[in-house]
Design a protein around this ligand. Structure first.
Ligand SMILES: [Zn+2]
Length: 198
């Protein structure tokens, strides 16, 4: 299921709203014009509680913006998920725009850029994103062993056949993973080092 579908599904089950919070025109990250009109809404959805959805369209280039985050921010935090199999792969999560995601056993990292937005997905959805990036990097390398090995690992992980750790460094405190095998701690040196790379 695509991440947009999950968000739409949750919003359709919102017990509140939408409550419009804010409307502003800002600089478009795609074309640079001050023509991106953004509206923020608050919804109260299953699993996550109050979330803020920001949506916008640039009237100059047509760029579409969509960001989601928890309404109530906590302290900056590190979220650690011990993925043992299929159950954890299905965990729902909300990733804030500037959160860093990595899988230490594999050296995979998802670092935010200036146009990054928050989204709701599952761990499976994140693995699909890693696989999409791999396919781009490996496009012209049909017989590359490193590509094949990573592709196989990711496909197995998507099916819940790999054990690994998924870590989110959340400096904004508006990310969350819904599930049992989830540890939340303070931001540590490892997160700080990765944040410095941005
Ligand atoms: Zn634009």
């Amino acid at each position: 299921m695509a991440s947009r579908d999950i968000l739409d599904e949750l919003i359709s089950r919102s017990t509140r709203g939408p409550l419009q919070l804010y409307r502003a025109v800002t600089r478009c990250p795609s074309c640079g014009s001050y023509a991106l009109e953004i509206t923020e809404y608050m919804y109260s959805v299953p699993y996550f509680g109050n979330i803020i959805l920001s949506i916008g369209t640039c009237s100059s280039c047509g760029y579409k913006y969509r960001d989601v985050r928890l309404a109530e921010a906590t302290e900056p935090k590190k979220i650690i998920v011990k993925v043992e199999g299929e159950r954890e792969v299905r965990y729902l999560l909300i990733k804030s725009a500037m959160a860093i995601i990595y899988i230490p056993e594999r050296g995979y990292e998802m670092l935010p850029g200036p146009a990054s937005t928050g989204f709701i997905t599952t761990i499976e959805g994140l693995l699909h994103r890693f696989l999409e990036v791999l396919e781009i990097l490996c496009k012209d390398k049909p017989d590359n062993e490193v590509c094949s090995e990573n592709r196989e690992w990711l496909k197995n992980a998507i099916e819940g056949k790999q054990r690994f750790t998924l870590i989110i460094c959340d400096n904004e405190g508006t990310s969350k993973v819904i599930g049992d095998n989830v540890i939340v701690t303070e931001i540590d040196e490892e997160c700080r080092e990765k944040t410095q790379k941005l």
